[in-house]
Design a protein around this ligand. Sequence first.
Ligand code: SF4
Ligand code: SF4
Length: 659
Amino acid sequence: MAVGALALATALAVCGGLFARRAKLLVDLVRLGRPAERFDDVPRRARNEAVIVLGQRKLLQRVGPGLMHAFIFWGFLVLLPTILMAMIGAVDRDATLPWLGHQGWFALLVDVFAVLVLVGVLAAVVIRKLQRPARFQGSHLGEADLILALIAGIVTTLLLWHATRIALGLNEWPAGWSPVSDLLSGLFGDDSVTEVLERVFVWAHVLIILSFLAYLPYSKHLHIFTAPVNVFFARTGAGGRLEPLRFDVPEEEMRFGAGTVPDLTWKQTLDTFSCTECGRCQDVCPAWTTGKELSPKLLIMALRDQVFEEGPKLVRGADGEFEPAPLVPGAVTDNVVWDCVTCGACVRECPVSIEHVDHILDLRRHLVMMDSRFPSEAEPMLRDVERASNPWGKPQTERAEWAERLGVRVLEPGDPAPAVLYWVGCAASFDERARTAAESTARLLKAADVDFAILGPRESCTGDPARRMGNEYVFQAYAEQNVSTLNEAGVTTIVTSCPHCFNTIGNEYPDFGGKYEVLHHSELLARLVRDERLQPKAGNGAITYHDSCYLARHNDVAADPRELVAAVGEPIEMERSGKRTFCCGAGGAHMWMEERGGKINEERAREAAETGAETLAVACPFCTVMLDDGVRQRGDDMRVVDVSTLLAESLDDGDGRPA
Ligand code: SF4
Ligand code: SF4
């Protein structure tokens, strides 16, 4: 017994020492990060922990691989006490954990979950070795194989140890409660060979577990420890909101995005430690799936590599001599940074709540604000936003021209505030194809007797395209100006047809003192239909609805536009819809950038055409333009139209006005 205790103490000291050494470095690296506010909203964080970590909700979105992971994860939770039992049993063959070690029900749980873990491991091998899904491209597969082998070793030695104990009559629990171990016990006799094997299995079990624990923090399976923490500290607010940069703090606290490893926030560093390399983000990324350089998975892995390469020197202080390398192009190329359409599909899919968009936007912020480095074709847009208050570079006096012939009230300074302010947005104000939605919306609001007005020339760009390009200065200047205009006008409720304006005003302007009830036009119109203030007639044939990322995924508005589609025609869903929609290709200021590689809008148009629908309904001016282009380029016979226009047409009394 003394030899056993000494051996166990030595193994614990070696493995524990290796583990602690690595854990200290990881903690130091996270602590090196810049501040991030993630200690609020504890009940929501606790709920996320229960649902995403314990319930494995995100993983179970894909049933096969999800169950595979859940079996292994839940199995290990249930089997945790057996680690202690094995350590006790290794030192003293006749001892076990008090009470629990004698329980038949626990022995049953152990058998069931040990088998489930083995099923999970087998499924993982089939997925990785036979199915070989593309999402694993670029992942460290050899390391994963070793981890799977260790997991299989842990549960197999556990079952065999229990089986030999039953064969020797050493089981503290009733053997009938552990049917698998009991069955396996038939392989062994009650003799000295089994006595030796019992010792071999228990020690093998203990040593594999300790080696596994020592190896984990040095491997990508580090996520076993970091992922639950990362999920807890994930954002709890709207997905579309970006954290503002603070320009009102002392210079040494100011942050201009992320240029080098020390610029990352502690949450961003933790993100990089949490990646499981599962590739779910890569699989749904419109940039990657259309053949561009950006893979959100490879981006996070590359940032992690740079953190591990430079972090130890930064933690040590490295004699003050060490200059960290730029993250662009050190970790990723410029193309990777600019390929992103900020659709958020990666963030939504990621089972460990990594926030790729925040990483990419911080890289952009640094490139734009510190290095003036961005795709040259976006320069006119940034210039026009600054100079003309809109990305089209048109005079502000033309902003309300479309509204004049419809008799829409333009709010003048000092006028009483309307019940609803219609925020038209730059696209609908200046782009002919996008304008139809504004005209339809205005007609419908009039038909339903809604008291509304527009700001006309006093409305400016929300600053969204500049912000998504990384120019936080310009964004904040517009945010402050628009909030001041809206507050002075006494506006309380805003409706907008543009999901980008909807997201910016609703989720980002509160950071600048602008707190309003913000509705997307599809929400208000659906409400008016429900209240029978608008009574559409069906008859528009088969319609497939495309969810805008900034509406459905970032802001959870998917039911209302569908209600409108169902009211005027026969809805047909595309394969990717709702929160799992596929981008039109315009997000992240891509409306003004050259697209390299395959075309995202054509890919989405293809998916829409495959439904066989005659109409592709949209609820975003950018989606209108992008998908209309996509349909034309592909030569599909499909009309792209905003839901408001479909609704207005169904009410049309023949002279262009809703009845
Ligand atoms: S936000 Fe969209 S485009 Fe950007 S990395 Fe994520 S999935 Fe890809
Ligand atoms: S970032 Fe998330 S979804 Fe992407 S590979 Fe890593 S863990 Fe998987």
